[in-house]
Structures are given as C-alpha cells and as structure tokens.
Design a protein around this ligand. Structure first.
Ligand SMILES: [Cu+2]
Length: 94
C-alpha cells in the first residue's frame, strides 16, 4: 500500500539534533517530528544525535526547529560541523 510512488516522491533528510540525552528524548523528538505535515517516517538516534526523516517534500530547518521547541529544549543543529561541545542537560530527564 505504500507504493504510490508515481505521485509522491519520498526523500530523506538527515539533521543533527541537540539537547537529547536519553532514550526518552529520542522518542519525544521522534513524535514531534512525525507531527509535521508531509513527514512519513522518522528515525532518531542518540549516537550520533540525529534524526533521519522521510518526507514527501523538503522540510525546512526552521520548521523542524519549531516542532522541537514545542516539546522541549531540543535544537536542530543543521550541519554536523557544529562546534558547540557544551552539554545541555537534556529536556526530559533533567
Ligand atoms: Cu531524556
């Protein structure tokens, strides 16, 4: 049932996420990203801290960021070349 690929092209976006510190965080982030319109599938990992999103159109980092901001102190880091090494304590487990 997922093969309506002539109409809908699924693409993959990979974004680094900051502020996750445990499995609860990854689940929270995953849920939040799934709420975004057009997002079909989300896979969040802690190491490396990132989300892989399958969408039917490109989701902007700003859109991802605003979805994350609603559920906690998580940030889209964009490029993996982010130099910030400070740990931010996480949102769901203080
Ligand atoms: Cu957590």
């Amino acid at each position: 049932m997922n093969y309506n690929n002539l109409k809908t092209k699924i693409m993959k976006q990979q974004v680094a996420i900051k502020g996750m510190s445990c499995g609860g965080c990854t689940q929270t982030v995953e849920k939040a990203l799934k709420q975004i319109e057009g997002v079909k599938m989300v896979t969040v990992s802690l190491a490396p801290p990132q989300a892989v999103i399958q969408t039917d159109h490109v989701i902007s980092n700003a859109q991802l960021q605003s979805a994350l901001a609603k559920v906690g102190n998580y940030r889209v880091a964009g490029n993996v070349t982010d130099n910030e090494s400070k740990k931010s304590g996480g949102s769901c487990c203080g």
